[in-house]
Structure formats: structure tokens, C-alpha cells
Ligand binder design. Structure first.
Ligand SMILES: [Zn+2]
Ligand SMILES: [Zn+2]
Length: 342
């Protein structure tokens, strides 16, 4: 089968013929239809410091996908050949305290699909049945391909109740934009999103943000003034990993405000802890998706009319992966889809 492989420990990706994945009795073999390109994949292609530490070559990349079940192992129940499926890309140990308690997203020994083991940028991918999500209601194939990052957005956005609240999102990458759409759909009053990319801010406006603020021109206090807020934001969703974004967020939170933090900082940085203490701010780190509560929430949000179409801005055949990765790396685009059926 064709697969996008990190074949050598150097920048680049290689489209190669490789053997189809082997499956055990508890596994599902999936014919991949479409995949989404993630920041993680860009790191692995460029072979930066993080990738060099996290990846052993050769490796098939990719964790965002939708596909059709091609075969199921003898022990697999309730998943049938032909089912349309996506996959939870975090494979957990099943043995640690959190796994045993059903809090699988908190597993200490998580292995990432397309990072710690072969992934979904291929014609076929194999996954344990316990990681497979069957789409039992109609879902657009491009949207189904990005259930993984959509799950990051939903997990972060719904971390704290936000009905009627004023929500600040720092970082208008695809996950930040999806979080804005989710927050608005779920009943937030104002949803302000910040970035320095005008084209991404434009996508965020289409996705339903109340105000998309270019922080190269105005700080967040300016947005408060524009919306007539007097006491600061109730909920913060940090999606950029940037120190200046976190600092500006903390400075603009209300007393008792709550911050969910998904953006991964590249290194340690200082924030105004005295302000966090005296404003009694809660900060919660977010990683991955809750299995499978977040997946349930994603499905019902879409059923309820949530529209993610503005966030998908490019589509390529898998042979054109280099152009697709280049576009995804521009920081101007939304989500870029690779089609594996062309
Ligand atoms: Zn991803
Ligand atoms: Zn575990």
C-alpha cells in the first residue's frame, strides 16, 4: 500500500510502498478515505528538536482520519465491515490507575498514533477496536477526517460551563477557530479570538466569533472596551502556546475566571502569579480528548447544527502531499485535507 513515511532522520517525507498493517484479534483494519494535516505532522516533516526526541524512523505519519472498516478481528464486536469510522489517536495502557478508573485520557503511558506507532497517512491503518469511533449518524467526510483536532477544541471549550459567559480564545489556528464555533454554538455571549494572521481571523469571523482581534494592532483590553465589558472575561481558552498571549489573557480575566490551556509552550515562561492568586483564577491543562465523552459531544454538536465548514480551507490528493504540507505550514490556512481515494 501507499504510505507517507518518515523514512530518514532528516527533514522531509517519503511517499512509499509499504506492507499493509498486521492486525490481531482485537483490531480493526480501516481503509483510509481522508486525513487531516496537524501541527504535529509539520513538526515531524521539518524534523525539529521535538520530532527528533519523539520519533523513531521509519514511521508512517498521521492521526487525523476517516475511513471505512475493511476487516475486523475475531474478538471485535459491534463494528462491522463497511462502517464509517474515525479513530482516537491516543492508545492507552489499560492498566494504570486512571485507565482502570475509566479516565483513559489521563493515562500515564499514552502512545500517539503516527508518532509512537505507525499512523493513518496510508491506504490502510489498523487500530484496537477500543480506539475506533463509528459514525452512526451522517457526517461530512472532511469533517469526519478532523474529529481528532475537533475533539481538542470541544474538550477545551467545554471544560467549563460557558452559557452566557464572555469567552476569550488566544490563537486562531484551526483548533482555536473550531473552539470559537463550539463556544458560540454552546451558548457563550461574546467569543473573542486573537491572532496576528488576518486571514485566520477572517476564517474565525466566518466560523461565528463575535470579535476577531489582531493583537499585532490592539491588545485584549481594547476588545473588552469594544464590547463594553467591565469586569473581564469569564472563560479563557489558550490555544497558542505563546507567553505574551497567556500574559495578556491573565491580565484580562474576571475575578474567579477559568482558563483551559491547550496551546503547548515551547519552553518555560513567567506569568503574573500574584494576579492569578488574587483574582482567584483556575487554570486547567488540556491534552487530547476524553474517551469517549468528547466524541459523543462532537457528534451531537454536529447533529445540532454546528457548522465547521469554514475551517476546512484546502484539499489535495495524497500524491500532492508536499504542496498540502506547505499550505498547512503557512499559518494562513485553516485545516488541510488529504484525499486517499484519488
Ligand atoms: Zn492533530
Ligand atoms: Zn493507562
Amino acid at each position: 500500500m501507499k504510505a507517507l513515511v518518515k523514512q530518514h532522520a532528516e527533514p522531509g517525507l517519503w511517499l512509499m510502498d509499504v506492507p499493509e498493517p498486521e492486525t490481531g484479534p482485537g483490531d480493526v483494519l480501516i481503509k483510509v478515505l481522508r486525513t487531516g494535516i496537524c501541527g504535529t505532522d509539520l513538526h515531524i516533516r521539518s524534523w525539529d528538536g521535538w520530532a527528533q526526541g519523539a520519533v523513531k524512523t521509519p514511521l508512517i505519519l498521521g492521526h487525523e482520519f476517516v475511513g471505512e472498516v475493511a476487516a475486523v478481528g475475531a474478538d471485535v464486536q459491534d463494528i462491522a465491515v463497511g462502517d464509517l469510522v474515525s479513530g482516537e489517536g491516543h492508545l492507552v495502557c489499560g492498566k494504570c490507575r486512571n485507565c482502570l478508573a475509566g479516565r483513559r485520557h489521563l493515562c500515564r503511558s499514552t502512545i500517539g498514533l503516527g508518532v509512537g506507532r505507525n499512523g493513518a497517512f496510508a491506504e490502510y491503518v489498523a487500530l484496537p477496536a477500543s480506539n475506533v469511533w463509528v459514525h452512526r449518524t451522517h457526517v461530512d467526510l472532511d469533517v469526519a477526517a478532523i474529529f481528532d483536532p475537533f475533539g481538542n477544541a470541544v474538550h477545551t471549550a467545554l471544560s467549563f460551563p460557558l452559557v452566557g459567559e464572555d469567552v476569550l480564545i488566544t490563537g486562531a489556528g484551526p483548533i482555536g477557530i473550531m473552539a470559537a464555533a463550539v463556544a458560540k454554538h454552546a451558548g457563550a455571549r461574546n467569543v473573542v479570538i486573537t491572532d496576528v494572521s488576518e486571514s485566520r481571523l477572517e476564517i474565525a469571523r466566518k466560523a461565528g466569533a463575535t470579535l476577531a482581534l489582531n493583537v499585532a494592532e490592539h491588545d485584549i483590553a481594547h476588545a473588552q472596551k469594544q464590547l463594553g465589558l467591565k469586569e473581564g472575561f469569564d472563560i479563557g481558552l489558550e490555544m497558542s502556546g505563546r507567553p505574551e498571549a497567556m500574559r495578556d489573557m491573565v491580565a484580562n480575566m474576571t475575578h474567579g475566571g477559568r482558563i483551559a490551556m491547550l496551546g503547548l509552550p515551547a519552553q518555560e515562561f513567567a506569568v503574573d502569579w500574584a494576579k492569578i492568586v488574587t483574582s482567584m483564577i483556575t487554570i486547567k491543562g488540556i491534552y487530547g480528548r476524553e474517551m469517549f465523552e468528547t466524541w459523543y459531544a462532537m457528534t451531537v454538536l454536529l447533529e445540532g447544527g454546528l457548522d465547521l465548514s469554514p475551517v476546512i480551507t484546502g484539499k489535495y490528493g495524497y500524491q500532492d502531499f508536499d504542496a498540502a504540507f506547505d499550505e498547512a505550514a503557512t499559518a494562513r490556512s485553516g485545516k488541510i485535507i488529504l484525499d486517499w481515494t484519488v
